[in-house]
Design a protein around this ligand. Sequence first.
Ligand SMILES: NC(=O)C1=CN([C@@H]2O[C@H](COP(=O)(O)OP(=O)(O)OC[C@H]3O[C@@H](n4cnc5c(N)ncnc54)[C@H](OP(=O)(O)O)[C@@H]3O)[C@@H](O)[C@H]2O)C=CC1
Length: 734
Amino acid sequence: QTASRSREQRQTGPVDVFGHAPSCEEVMQHFADLCRQLDIDPKDFRNFYTQLKEKLNYWKAKALWSKLDKRASHADYQQGKACTKNKCLVLGAGPCGLRVAIELALLGAQVVVLEKRESFSRNNVLHLWPYTICDLRGLGAKKFYGKFCSGSLDHISIRQLQLILLKVSLLLGVEVNTGVEFQGLIEPSGENGWMAKLQPRSHPASAFQFDVFISAGGGRFVPDGFKHKELRGKLAIGITANFVNGNTAAEAQVAEISGVARIYNQKFFQELLTETGIDLENIVYYKDDTHYFVMTAKKKSLLKKGVIKQDYSDAEQLLAPENVDHEALCHYAHDAAHFSTGGKLSDLEFAQNHANQPDVAMFDFTCMHRAENASLVRERRGRKLLMGLVGDCLVEPFWPLGTGIARGFMAAFDTAWMVRSWGMGVPHFKVLAERESIYQLLSQTTPENTSKNYAAYSINPKTRYQSVNLSSIQPHQVSTVILLFPFLFVDSVSGFEELLKWCQKHTSGYEDVNIKDFTQSWRSGLALCALIHHFRPKLIDMASLDKSNIVHNNQLAFSVLEKELGIPPVMSPSDLANSEHIDRLSMVLYLTQVRSAFSVPTKGNFIYLASLYWLCCSPALSQPSSSSSRQTPPVSPELAPDMAPEPEPCTSVPMTNSEECYFCGQRVYVLERISAEGKFFHRSCFNCHRCGITLRLGGYTFDQNTGKFYCELHSEELERAETSCKVGHRAQQM
Ligand SMILES: NC(=O)C1=CN([C@@H]2O[C@H](COP(=O)(O)OP(=O)(O)OC[C@H]3O[C@@H](n4cnc5c(N)ncnc54)[C@H](OP(=O)(O)O)[C@@H]3O)[C@@H](O)[C@H]2O)C=CC1
């Protein structure tokens, strides 16, 4: 018994020290000590957690294992085998980066996290939606941070949240590297796959090769290939301030302010103005490691109190560091905190931020950024890389609603679901289409419109979103995003040449086909038909084609490619026939998709099965072939499907391939086309019905009754009004 107790004490020591480590540096240090002491190699990520469990089997540790085991046993993870072949690089160890890293590890992937900071120093306190509290409890948050959401508390400091998630990540075998900056992707070459350029350059993680890259680098970080949109509203100046919490009984007594807004408590704000000259729209006070205040201040009072030195209409200029008197800002925040807590926090001393300065900040939340897309696939030298965004780098939050973590974790789960599909071999265009379909819902999520069955939440979107259509965006709608990128952003010149050579190689020997460029060479339509014939000889009867029948040839090729491979035409057959209308970039885009589709092995493959199904079922392409003496070279042997019932070649085609724009009624081709709510339209026509601003997918409100689309700003305004209303009600109850 004595021996077992001393063994237990030995075991209790390091894990407890690790579990309660109060800083990032100490967590990393104690984790290394723990591994050394137990003689487990953290690089053996696949067996790490199991070995840990075996070696630390006393009751306290077991309580934590049972939590993690429960999560890990969810069917979604397929016993940790869903992504065993995947290697994931996660950029950023903010709450969202770490949260997604945990899910990827549970799916069985190898996960490496990069974080440029060496310490977690964010005092600011986050509001947590009920589901995030349930989620974090399920990961054992209370075991690491006893105060976690005790009683009616529904908030936590970012630092504490990061510490909890860091500890869970490490226990599950995630490799977390701090003090290392990601500087870009390195394309595959030779034997090497996708890698990352890091600072310091010699960092061991620079040798890591991966097939999944998740960016969780925060609001200012946008990886190449993704675009952000800015949403601007009425000027809103936020101030955050953190004061030292001495954790005294007197401090514990001071009531938090979960939100008080001007429109519902005029008296409070009027008194504040009269007594201090401070003019606010709202204020929140939470207690955690610090006393944390966040408020929206009126510009006029900031100017009057000398916080802002000079008035500018441009928010960036207005709040530029050189236009802010930091000392006056400290006084402003201090006095607002003092007044709103009735002077009960008698000794308000500023906590320090990461730069050892008083932790007070003023920022502009007039504008919020959102990514246009949540995912991409890049392909170079036959190696695909799945890229996804999570956290602020996907959607910047609107702080009073606590959307940062709530929507951030939602996106982390959705992203893990995407990686799961990727790992399970779902075709990449389907993976992306599903991810983008889910992303459309993100900005609309509220605690009210998501499932209340928090215990059932998993990475499967259906467990969380009340109504989710996983195919509201179709695979052919995302192909532009996938394939445009490598050519247009990375190496357009060599990419174009490679593509040209590929087209020449696979059409050599075909009569009347001589590809020299991306315009005139394609005019007759024979080159496109020859490409199709090379890879799928059964789909086109080359002998039946007449080089002077330009519109027909092009229409035939377009229809086959659209029906068989899901590649929509980029222009009309008559545009192609009229040489002046052939757009080089559109052809590059189109042929890139054709090449990608034909580069997929066909036997037993999704596309092939789909094409068989279509050939069998569609009368449109089942026309008898006519014979002719036209010369056709041999078919690519490795790609020729040999197991199929003989499909009939196509000689005639339906003559419609364009869609009508929902807004203007004009024809819309794929390059200029986007769709939402099952409607197709020109990018340029997708505007807010009220203010005419250009809308983006995933960032609009659709009124089903009127069929009209509105910009998010209006929906945010609605949300704000609702929030103010709720905050006001709470304040009145205080
Ligand atoms: N001040 C506040 O109140 C903040 C609040 N939050 C809250 O956290 C939520 C989630 O944030 P999340 O999306 O996880 O983002 P975070 O900003 O918390 O985390 C991103 C991390 O990635 C780091 N990073 C950025 N670029 C690189 C790079 N090139 N290489 C390595 N590391 C990099 C950032 O460092 P660095 O920050 O130095 O760029 C940061 O530590 C937010 O919605 C918000 O609610 C987040 C940030 C600030």
